[in-house]
Design a protein around this ligand. Structure first.
Ligand code: KIV
Ligand code: ZN
Length: 389
């Protein structure tokens, strides 16, 4: 790894990802995913919400027993029972973290919690102190920070850092913020909280407006050194910031970012597949990094460019994120060069250009009728072309 600052990757696939309607996982499935996250070299795995159910408590304990190279985190509301339950679930973890949260936006405080801002600060401080008595690594989140008053955020953050929180996480719980605004919020908090240098600033962005990754990256440029994310962007509603996109944006643009992660990028596609197969949520084909078309080229111009030099149309190598290779899709937009290259891969050579042309014409005719031309189609085409001449 480079000598740049470390950007901590906090994966919450097993907690916020599991909160996707229809994505719940069994204990065994969670352990399999946690092991894949450990192979990815995720720094912190949020394994669940132990107070939510006996099953979730057992899943967090099982992950804590199974994984040794990543820190295991359990979520807890700012309530005594929740925090004690999280502490218990993490007992066998090599390295554990309690993540406690309470809402700070006016709408949440008034309508959901029915508490005054002073009461919220007092509860947050009490929660962090209790969590610290059970675990030496504590994270605090002011839920719905994205719609909270920044001055109030400064006040509660200063208080929880004094109470012992080592990580302060700023969630854009409902995905309301836009990149410039969210970056400016992180800068303002870091500059105005007097003890801000005593904690790592983290962000947790939801994707309701499709900008969770952009918001997280803006926060990183403004000093956040932990990002919370999920594999395939799984999560409540429109999901969370996608781990694979964050990691590869930072890695691909090392000219731009002052930090890097320790993620083993070749494990990204295997982890994505595992999560997709377990949850049944397959990433859309054009999903960055892990979608089936992320490294596929169909147009003749692009195929010709890539065959001459991959960097003409590729900013990352498919192999570096765990794909076997990039892919040339033969369809109606494909050109002669890609056609010839695929036939060569199949061991088919032509005696003359005339034969190649005849086969290529037949291929174009078929491609107008079919979305993708497979290897078997090519074999048949070539046989027909040879017979026609
Ligand atoms: O979105 C959110 O606010 C959360 C918190 C519990 C961090 O998931
Ligand atoms: Zn969330």
């Amino acid at each position: 790894m480079s000598d740049k600052e470390h950007l901590i990757i906090f994966d919450t696939t097993l907690r916020d990802g599991e909160q996707s309607p229809g994505a719940s996982m069994t204990r065994e499935e969670k352990v399999r995913i946690a092991r894949a996250l450990e192979r990815l070299k995720v720094d912190v795995i949020e394994a669940g919400f132990p107070a939510a159910s006996v099953g979730d408590f057992e899943s967090v304990s099982a992950v804590a027993r199974a994984v040794k190279d990543s820190r295991i985190c359990g979520l807890a509301r700012a309530r005594e029972d929740d925090i004690r339950r999280a502490g218990e679930a993490l007992q066998e973890a090599e390295a554990g973290r309690i993540h406690t949260f309470i809402a700070t936006s006016p709408i949440h405080m008034e309508k959901k919690l029915r508490m005054t801002p002073d009461e919220v600060v007092a509860e947050a401080v009490k929660a962090v102190k209790l969590a610290r008595s059970l675990c030496d690594d504590v994270e605090f989140s002011p839920e719905d920070a994205g719609r909270s008053d920044p001055e109030f955020l400064c006040r509660i953050i200063e208080a929880v850092i004094d109470a012992g929180a080592g990580t302060v996480n700023i969630p854009d719980t409902v995905g309301y913020n836009l990149p410039e605004q969210f970056g400016a919020l992180i800068k303002r908090l870091r500059e105005n909280v007097p003890n801000s240098d005593k904690a790592v600033f983290s962000v947790h962005c939801h994707n309701d407006l499709g900008v969770a990754v952009a918001n997280s990256l803006a926060a990183v440029m403004n000093g956040a050194r932990q990002v919370e994310c999920t594999i395939n962007g799984l999560g409540e509603r429109a999901g969370n910031a996608a781990l694979e996109e964050l990691v590869m944006a930072v890695r691909t643009r090392q000219d731009y970012f002052p930090c890097d992660t320790r993620i083993e990028a070749r494990e990204i596609v295997p982890a994505s597949r595992l999560v997709a197969n377990i949850t049944g949520f397959q990433p859309q084909p054009n999903k960055a990094i892990v979608g089936a078309n992320a490294f596929a080229h169909e147009s003749g111009i692009h195929q010709d460019g890539v065959l001459k030099h991959r960097e003409t149309y590729e900013i990352m190598r498919a192999e570096d994120v765990g794909w076997h290779t990039n892919r040339m899709v033969l369809g109606k937009h494909s050109g002669r060069n890609a056609f010839r290259a695929r036939l060569k891969d199949l061991g088919i050579e032509f005696d003359s250009e005339e034969q190649l042309n005849e086969a290529f014409q037949r291929f174009k005719g078929l491609a107008d009728k079919k979305h993708e031309i497979f290897d078997e189609d090519l074999q048949a085409l070539v046989t027909e072309a040879n017979m026609a001449l």
